[in-house]
Design a protein around this ligand. Structure first.
Ligand SMILES: Nc1nc2c(c(=O)[nH]1)N[C@H]1C(S)=C(S)[C@@H](COP(=O)(O)OP(=O)(O)OC[C@H]3O[C@@H](n4cnc5c(=O)[nH]c(N)nc54)[C@H](O)[C@@H]3O)O[C@H]1N2
Ligand SMILES: Nc1nc2c(c(=O)[nH]1)N[C@H]1C(S)=C(S)[C@@H](COP(=O)(O)OP(=O)(O)OC[C@H]3O[C@@H](n4cnc5c(=O)[nH]c(N)nc54)[C@H](O)[C@@H]3O)O[C@H]1N2
Ligand code: SF4
Ligand SMILES: [Mo]
Length: 742
């Protein structure tokens, strides 16, 4: 037998590490970090190795399933599409386009076919009921960026390789490996930062793995980041330390910020944050005192009632401390393909709009084309015109991942029809009538669309399939296109390739006008996402412009670089004003909706601090809700434990290792207690993504140690009104020893 070596990036988290995969006789022999990868230089975490388990997992679906009289039966692709055609279009014909809902989840960000074709299905459905995991995660960050810089994916990134001071708020990159910031081997980079005399400071209600390696860690009351950040901004104004540095000529709204921030003095917010006023001042001043500094906030700052405000104030701090768009401060990536902030006229754009339509039941505004995930259940269960009766889910497991999963599960059971494009029969897809399996990542090609826009270094990397796919199995983009055709009444025999050609031609004409015919001819040898990737790369900022710049990038060159570890496009560079896409061509530091929302925060400042609140947690061997079925990751100590501070444990009569019940009104879950001083007193931490004890799933390993579903405890009515993002952190609960829980 002959061993072959393959290079692809890991699809399991945002670090996007380069892998070297050795294969023999159709089996994975080894998975290692690719030492010469231009982004990750050999770094991997234990999850990458589990790609072998994922590929070989007997529970991973390989054929479509159709539910008949409550039981899933294997089916051919033809039978599956026939069943969908028989049941879905009549619902739309009878009840209108909004009777369909569509939900897309996290793994789609790691599969170019899903990411670039999901929108085609949503458009074909023509429904406003589009939902995604973004409103359980980073929508506040994206909305703030849209308002300030003019595009949803223009995110300032800490220039970790050159900074002297990094303040991490509400993120644990040592475990999560970074998010909205592609930064493989955060630990190594943070170590280098400290070795050259720089400082790492962490603000988190738990002394996390990242906090443990930091110079300083501050506990903060969950949900109060907006107040801390506002007071830091206020301090810089009050002490006359505001400096805009190189972006001074490009900032609108500085006076409006100064005016609106006045009430948020360190003294006024201190009790709410649980941080001393002089500590808040010192944190603010450290930013201006450091020659090069960056503030990074992540999910802890987003999944709260003031998520958009908090995300925005992080931008304000980076700007007014003089480090925005500076080496060693925060910089914007320049992606080789697909970035809106490299397209069109440099330095100016349309900006963003929200609220172009609203959720029927709650009235929540559309944001980035979506409605809040926390509106899904009520949109299914509330009768009336526009009620969701048919649902398509794509790579998402909201029964575990979204607040009030039990309510959602009941809602899904009440649908007239549901289709899931997924690789498992799990807590969500068990409610489907038809499940269409996706490819194993090792059978799929990939090029990251989003993450090069968020990477610590510019680069272009292509991943080819490691294994051939089963002959009859469509690629996921083909499945999405066929579903799109089907709901447009085109019938199930339409060829996905022809549909794609037609769509490509349409897009090319819209985007490239008179040049479209040449473009169509020049790219005809590529299909599906490969074809749009070729166009994006060649017309992108490093592209060969279809021959005009012969040294520039083409897909062929990027493919050829895979074994070498991809193409390095250098460290991040200053990009203001060229990357701005606001109508003014300026950084809009004081968007009126955000300034107005500060009043909501001010009014909330006096809210009493609850006795006990729950927050989430991630573990390096898990990924949201779907990797507990993989042997390499499932072994070891049980990870779904509730962490409690010793004073709380004593007060509540809890002993180490005992079962406790967490209660939020009538909602309850049980978990074993681990007592640790790493928790802030008054805060309990329970990881999300567990709860694999629901009937009707096919997750043999995960169901052996199911864990508790944190989201069964959370309320689906709590959200940040601006972004629609769910509140997942800082929820008041009570905690009871199980023996006394009657
Ligand atoms: N309480 C609490 N809840 C949270 C969070 C939290 O911090 N606290 N975090 C939130 C965040 S950040 C996120 S991103 C969401 C994630 O929530 P979701 O987007 O729902 O993602 P997962 O729960 O990871 O479920 C992924 C689904 O995709 C399927 N899948 C995996 N690989 C593939 C593939 O290659 N193709 C297809 N078609 N399907 C695939 C899996 O089987 C699973 O059904 O969870 C959120 N939920
Ligand atoms: N191993 C692993 N890696 C992952 C994932 C995973 O499930 N497992 N999920 C991936 C996904 S989808 C995402 S979005 C990213 C998320 O990436 P991160 O944001 O780094 O994720 P977390 O580890 O949840 O870190 C959030 C931190 O916020 C803290 N926190 C909670 N509430 C508050 C608050 O109110 N204020 C402050 N300041 N902090 C608070 C928590 O204690 C926690 O340490 O991780 C990704 N990477
Ligand atoms: S950190 Fe781990 S899971 Fe994330 S991309 Fe790298 S190897 Fe994969
Ligand atoms: Mo996420």
């Amino acid at each position: 037998m002959t061993e072959t070596t393959h290079h692809r990036i890991c699809p399991l988290c945002e670090a996007c590490c380069g892998l070297e995969i050795k294969v023999d006789s159709g089996k994975v022999v080894s998975i290692r970090g690719h030492a010469t990868d231009v982004l990750s230089a050999g770094y991997i975490c234990p999850k990458a190795v589990a790609l072998k388990d994922l590929h070989e997992d007997p529970d991973r679906l390989r054929t479509p399933l159709i539910k008949r009289i409550g039981v899933f039966e294997p089916a051919t692709w033809r039978q599956a599409f026939e069943e969908i055609e028989r049941r879905l279009p009549p619902i739309l014909a009878r009840h209108g386009r909004n009777a369909a809902g569509v939900v897309v989840g996290n793994p789609s960000a790691h599969k170019i076919g899903l990411l670039t074709y999901f929108g085609k299905l949503a458009r074909a459905l023509g429904t406003k009921n589009v939902f995604s995991a973004s409103t359980l995660d980073q929508m506040p960050r994206q909305l703030a960026s849209g308002l300030v810089y003019g595009h949803w994916l223009s995110i300032p990134l800490p220039d970790i390789a050159r900074t002297d001071y990094l303040l991490v708020i509400g993120g644990n990159p040592l475990v999560s490996n970074g998010s909205m910031w592609t930064v493989p081997d955060f630990r190594g980079k943070a170590r280098d930062l400290r070795a050259r005399g720089g400082k790492l400071v962490v603000v988190d209600p738990r002394r996390t793995e990242t906090a443990t390696m930091a110079d300083t860690h501050h506990f903060i009351r969950p949900g109060s980041d907006v107040f801390l950040l506002a007071a830091m901004v206020q301090t810089l104004f009050a002490r006359d330390r505001v400096q805009l540095g190189s972006v001074a000529g490009w900032v609108n709204g500085l006076d409006a910020v100064r005016e609106a921030i006045q009430p948020f003095t360190p003294e006024a917010v201190s009790a709410r944050c649980g941080i001393a006023a002089n500590t808040i001042e010192a944190l603010a001043l450290s930013l201006v005192d450091a020659p090069r500094a960056a503030v990074y906030g992540r999910i802890g700052t987003c999944t709260q009632e003031f998520g958009t405000l908090a995300s925005w104030l992080i931008d304000v701090l980076n700007a007014i401390s003089g480090h925005l768009d500076q080496p060693g401060g925060t910089l914007f990536a320049k992606s080789a393909a697909f970035a809106a902030n490299t397209a069109g006229r440099p330095g100016v754009g349309k900006g963003i709009a929200t609220g172009r339509h609203h959720a029927r039941v709650s009235g929540a505004p559309e944001v980035y084309g979506e409605l809040p995930m926390t509106c899904l259940a009520e949109e299914i269960t509330t009768p009336g015109d526009g009620q969701i009766r048919a649902l398509v889910t794509v790579a998402t497991n909201p029964v575990l991942s979204a607040p009030d999963g039990p309510r959602l599960a009941t809602a899904l059971e009440g649908l007239d029809f549901m289709v899931s494009l997924d690789i498992y029969l799990n807590e969500t897809t068990r409610h489907a009538d038809v499940i269409l399996p996706g490819l194993s990542p090792l059978e799929d090609m990939h090029y990251d669309v989003a993450f090069p826009q968020l990477s610590w270094r510019n680069h272009a990397r292509y991943s080819g399939p490691v294994f051939p796919k089963q002959e009859d199995q469509p690629e996921e983009w083909q499945t999405l296109l066929r579903l799109a055709a089907l709901v447009q009444g085109k019938g199930i025999d339409t060829d996905a390739g022809l549909l794609d050609d037609a769509q490509f031609a349409e897009d090319a004409e819209r985007l490239f006008g008179a040049k479209a015919p040449d473009l169509i001819a020049a790219t005809a040898h590529y299909k599906g996402p490969m074809r749009s990737l070729e166009v994006a790369l060649r017309t992108g900022p490093y592209g060969d412009q279809f021959g005009a710049k012969p040294d520039g990038l083409t897909l062929e060159k990027v493919i050829a670089s895979a074994a070498a570890g991809g193409i390095d496009l250098g460290e991040l560079q200053a990009r203001i004003p060229e990357m701005l896409r606001t109508p003014s061509g300026k950084i809009e530091l004081a968007p009126p909706t955000l300034v107005a929302d500060l009043e909501r925060a001010r009014a909330d400042l006096g809210r009493p601090v609850p006795d006990l609140v729950v927050i989430g947690r991630r573990d390096v061997r898990t990924n949201n809700s779907w990797m507990h079925n993989l042997r390499t990751l499932a072994k070891g100590p049980f990870r779904c434990t509730a962490l409690v501070h010793p004073t709380d444990a004593t007060r509540l009569g809890l002993v180490e290792g005992s079962q406790a019940e967490l209660r939020n009104g009538a909602r309850t879950v049980r978990a074993p207690i681990h007592i640790t001083e790493d928790m802030m007193p008054g805060v309990v931490s329970l990881p999300h993504g567990w709860g694999h004890d629901l009937p009707g799933t096919r997750l043999q390993l995960a169901s052996q140690r199911p864990g508790a579903n944190l989201n069964a405890l959370l309320d689906d009515q709590l959200r940040d009104p601006l972004s629609g993002n769910a509140v997942l952190s800082g929820i008041p609960i009570t905690l009871h020893p199980v023996e006394s829980a009657a």
